[in-house]
Ligand binder design. Structure first.
Ligand code: ADP
Ligand code: ADP
Ligand code: ZN
Length: 215
């Protein structure tokens, strides 16, 4: 099964992708993770993306689309995937349609995680991530056993630079302006599955699975 997972920053896309990958053997393709990896290594792609990311703005469509194209080209034909954080603009969604047609692949559903604005802010401000393995924590709802140390790999657990309060508001505004219109785009294709993203992460997973008839 091939899925799009979309929703505002902090809605739980990364968290739910992790569950889905473990339970349904799908490949997780997160454009945010790919950019962060490129920034860490200092590739030209990373250098181009970093300023936009630090400001909470979108990386230009042509850069993102090129990167996703490379990733999808490398996937075995039968491998199911979750696109997390892509597409984020109508232009990206149109480019994805073209790319999938070219690769003879399709999307079964576009899952939209619905979370109210106030919860997004507290989720993002409290988010901490492992610099080693990318595991996601939260200072209140999911702290690591030892502060600053990853439970899974012992790596350093830090705050993402774009999870600082000033950048969070830009990201949420960018989402509303550029990404929200995609709801209409996928609703018109009868692919939109709206899921309530509030409550325990395991509860949210069950809702996703039942809306996709995966459970
Ligand atoms: P979050 O999980 O908080 O929504 P991501 O990790 O998906 O954030 O993305 C982090 C940043 O990477 C974004 O703020 C943006 O700068 C860049 N980015 C990720 N995906 C895209 C995309 N599809 N189009 C443009 N920029 C992107
Ligand atoms: P996204 O990828 O959409 O930006 P994340 O999965 O990184 O979102 O989650 C953002 C923050 O919210 C993280 O700190 C995560 O631990 C926390 N979180 C995720 N799902 C839930 C949930 N169902 N309830 C409370 N907090 C959550
Ligand atoms: Zn780790």
């Amino acid at each position: 099964m091939n899925l799009l997972l979309f929703g505002p920053p902090g809605a739980g896309k990364g968290t739910q992708s992790q569950f889905l990958v473990e339970r349904h053997k799908m490949r997780h393709l997160s454009t945010g993770d790919l950019f962060r990896a490129a920034v860490k290594v200092g590739t030209p792609l990373g250098q181009e993306a970093q300023g936009y990311m630090d400001r909470g703005e979108l990386v230009p469509d042509r850069v993102v689309i090129g990167m996703v194209r490379e990733e999808l080209l490398q996937l075995p034909q039968e491998q199911g995937f979750i696109l997390d954080g892509f597409p984020r603009t109508v232009a990206q969604a149109e480019a994805l349609d073209q790319l999938l047609a070219e690769l003879k692949k399709g999307i079964e559903a576009c899952v939209f995680l619905q979370v109210p604005h106030g919860d997004l802010v507290s989720r993002l401000a409290g988010r901490r991530v492992c610099t080693g393995c990318g595991a996601v924590y939260h200072v209140a709802s999911k702290p690591s056993a030892k502060e600053g140390v990853c439970d899974l790999c012992g790596g350093e657990v830090v705050q993402r630079p774009d999870d600082k309060e000033e950048v969070i508001s830009t990201r949420l505004a960018t989402y509303e302006k550029s990404t929200q219109p995609l709801k209409e785009f996928y609703a018109a294709r009868n692919l939109l599955a709206e899921v309530d993203g509030l409550g325990d992460a395991e509860e949210v997973l069950k809702r996703i699975e039942s809306s996709l008839k995966l459970a």
